[in-house]
Design a binder for this molecule. Structure first.
Ligand code: CO
Length: 163
């Protein structure tokens, strides 16, 4: 387990389609643990493998108020519905925040670290976070979906000054 350096835009690894994981081995388990350590260190709610320079279809995201960690290996989107505009950020764009339209519901299939295939449904911000991370695995970055950039002053007004 280790905190890795976060790759920032622009970088080739961030804009490429990542490869499927063919075998869940020690390397993949370590990757999941490194992703977690790196996400926590940088106070993110999700992170994808290319963001630590590993072009594999692996990502994690924290869900709900409990911030339960969801590990996604080879995730695929089965279904989406709805649409909502909300503010996003990304660890690979340290100073960029803005409005992105995403579905309000998503159903995915993915593999966990034990190699079990699971299905998961999520809504609201959880759905947004999952879809943001899966986009990373296809080399799609949130800046390409930005409707409007939100300034740090606006963010401070929206969420209040945090001490
Ligand atoms: Co991101």
């Amino acid at each position: 387990m280790a905190i890795k350096e976060v790759v920032e835009h622009p970088a080739k690894v961030l804009s490429e389609k990542c490869k499927e994981v063919t075998e869940i081995n020690e390397e993949i388990i370590t990757l999941l643990d490194d992703l977690y350590d790196t996400m926590v260190e940088h106070d993110g709610v999700g992170i994808a493998a290319p963001q630590i320079n590993v072009p594999l279809r692996v990502a994690i995201v924290e869900l709900g108020e409990e911030r339960d960690v969801l590990e996604m290996i080879n995730p695929t989107v089965i279904e989406t519905s709805g649409a909502e505009v909300d503010i996003e950020g990304c660890l690979s764009f340290p100073n960029l925040f803005g409005e992105v339209e995403r579905p309000t519901y998503v159903k995915i299939e993915a593999c966990d670290r034990e190699g079990r295939v699971y299905e998961l449904e999520a809504g609201g911000f959880d759905a947004r976070a999952i879809l943001h991370e899966i986009d990373h695995l296809d080399g799609i970055l949130f800046d390409s979906k930005l409707i409007r950039v939100v300034t740090e002053d606006e963010l401070a007004q929206m969420y209040g000054e945090e001490e």
